[in-house]
Write a protein that binds this ligand. Structure first.
Ligand code: CTP
Ligand code: MG
Length: 158
């Protein structure tokens, strides 16, 4: 096992967690622009904003790029970060379609949606590394969100 390869996930974690910084913008713009689907629910909801997408992608890239360069990882930090946030958007789309309001807890979707987006755009990562990251991410995600909740950047501890 080449443990350094696990650092592939850094841009995704940074992007996913710093998207919450959008709450410090004076005005936020939902990506779905308020669009309501035929099912009567929002396309994505107010939890997915352009500000979050921009800040998360920028910071994920900014942190991940030097890490990848230093460890010689043959991946593109921008694609991992951006892919993670696209996955998160797909997750919200799925949550709205099954009738969950913005911020409602959705086990598995909440913890892993961003991972699949990152794999899709920022991969390919060897299967055993992907599997290990999928296993440890829910634990890390839960811990990080509880911290985010306690310091006031997350509205819910999940
Ligand atoms: N966020 C954002 N833009 C994004 C992603 C996240 O502004 N593209 C911010 C929002 O303030 C969001 C917070 O990060 O509330 C936490 O993200 P997440 O838990 O993914 O969103 P939820 O509010 O839980 O909404 P959903 O039910 O759609 O997941
Ligand atoms: Mg959430």
């Amino acid at each position: 096992m080449n443990w350094e390869l696990l650092l592939w996930i850094v841009p995704a974690y940074v992007a996913n967690s710093t998207a919450t910084l959008s709450k410090f913008f004076p005005k936020r713009h939902p990506i779905d622009a308020g669009y309501v689907c035929p099912d009567g629910r929002r396309l994505l909801g107010n939890g997915k904003t352009w500000e979050g997408l921009l800040v998360g992608t920028a910071l994920g890239t900014l942190v991940g790029w030097p890490v990848f360069a230093y460890f010689g990882l043959p991946y593109n930090a921008f694609l991992v970060a951006f892919g993670a946030l696209l996955g998160d958007i797909v997750g919200s789309f799925a949550k709205r379609r099954i009738g969950l309001e913005r911020g409602a807890e959705a086990p598995i979707i909440d913890q892993l949606d961003f991972m699949f987006g990152a794999f899709a755009l920022g991969g390919p990562l060897p299967a055993e590394y992907s599997a290990l990251l999928l296993l440890i991410t829910p634990i890390i995600h839960r811990t990080a969100n509880i911290i985010g909740y306690l310091i006031g950047v997350k509205n819910e501890p999940w």
